[in-house]
Design a protein around this ligand. Structure first.
Ligand code: PRT
Ligand code: ZN
Length: 294
């Protein structure tokens, strides 16, 4: 493998793919697709993309076939529990593809606690995560491993309960199931191989990480500008969500009035703006921040 270009494994298509590409584009990477559809080169950064199924990503990173990978923590956890000898490091949670792994049973059934699952058949694609959660509560159940269409298992009489990924809950509802336990919370992770990368790749990686952190910071962060009487400054400063020391400038020709500019690291809601106005602020502008280096 190239000693100077990082190799990042991402999902070729599916629920992780779009957000993974978007993150890389926002990080300034110009991706050059090629016909094979397996390997994309980044034109302006020493990085290549390996496009694969998400299930293959933890293994590729652990084996050093890829230096980095983007995958859901559900898939990573299941892989790590299955392959004690194939571990990778988690560099960053990426904040997208959020979902939970839930145990669900037919809606009409009563449920009190996890003890109700003892001796039951539970269908899942995540046998290791499920058995760990059951073991933590000293419950023995029969795990039925399925790859796909897990939600129909109770209807088909294959299982009494299921353990599957939930995001909106619509799939459970459509299949007459209700969630009774949330056993795992998942989001996309950036993984790094434990194999040595060498100084050039390490340097590129730290550049990439600082760009990704900048992209993440921009998502929540807003630039706020407003005018206010100088006397209102203490109250207004308190109201600015997650702001460092604001910049305060006198307004030409308006005695005692100042312009206040600040970077807010938390969401600025309409309520926040109403509170600022009530504290004496006028001409309140909230602007997105395009790029940020922290
Ligand atoms: O082809 P490949 O193997 O690469 O993809 P895949 O089909 O295995 O995975 P994909 O693209 O469906 O999901 C990739 C990752 O996205 C998962 O491993 C999770 O980390 C994350 N993710 C986020 C989800 C969901 N949301 C999700 N809703 N993965 C699956 N689902 C499915 C779930 O299995 C169930 O069938 O959507 C259904 C439930 O959705 P709701 O909205 O009805 O609750
Ligand atoms: Zn998959």
């Amino acid at each position: 493998m190239d000693k100077t270009r990082l190799r990042l494994a991402i999902q070729k298509s599916g629920r992780l793919a779009e957000d993974s590409f978007e993150l890389l584009k926002l990080s300034g990477l110009k991706i050059q697709p090629n016909k094979s559809g397996l390997f994309y080169r980044v034109k302006n950064f020493p990085l290549d993309l390996l496009l694969v199924r998400d299930d293959d990503i933890p293994g590729f990173v652990a084996d050093g076939v890829a230096d980095l990978g983007i995958v859901g923590s559900n898939v990573f956890e299941e892989f790590s529990l299955t392959h004690a000898d194939k571990q990778s490091n988690t560099l960053l949670p990426l904040g997208f593809s959020k979902c939970t792994l839930n145990i669900a049973i037919p809606s009409e059934q009563n449920y009190n606690s996890m003890a109700d699952l003892a001796g039951k058949n539970i269908a899942t694609s995540y046998p290791q995560i499920l058995s760990k959660a059951l073991a933590a509560k000293n419950i023995t159940a029969n795990i039925v491993e399925m790859h796909g269409a897990v939600e129909v298992a109770p209807k088909l009489g294959i299982a009494d309960a299921i353990c599957d990924i939930v995001s909106s809950g619509a799939t459970l509802e459509a299949n007459g199931l209700k969630s009774v336990e949330n056993i795992f919370t998942s989001q996309a992770l950036l993984l790094k191989t434990k194999s040595q990368l060498g100084p050039e790749k390490e340097q590129s990686l730290s550049r990439l990480l600082s760009r990704i952190e900048g992209v993440q910071a921009c998502k929540e962060t807003k630039y706020i500008m407003l005018n206010a009487p100088q006397t209102a400054l203490p109250e207004i400063t308190k109201l600015l969500p997650g702001a460092d020391a604001p910049t305060v400038m006198p307004l030409e020709g308006q005695n005692g009035a100042v312009a206040i500019h600040a970077v807010c690291r938390e969401s600025v809601f309409w309520e926040t703006m109403e509170n600022l106005r009530d504290a004496g602020a006028t001409s309140i502008l909230v602007l997105p921040i395009e790029k940020m280096m922290v």
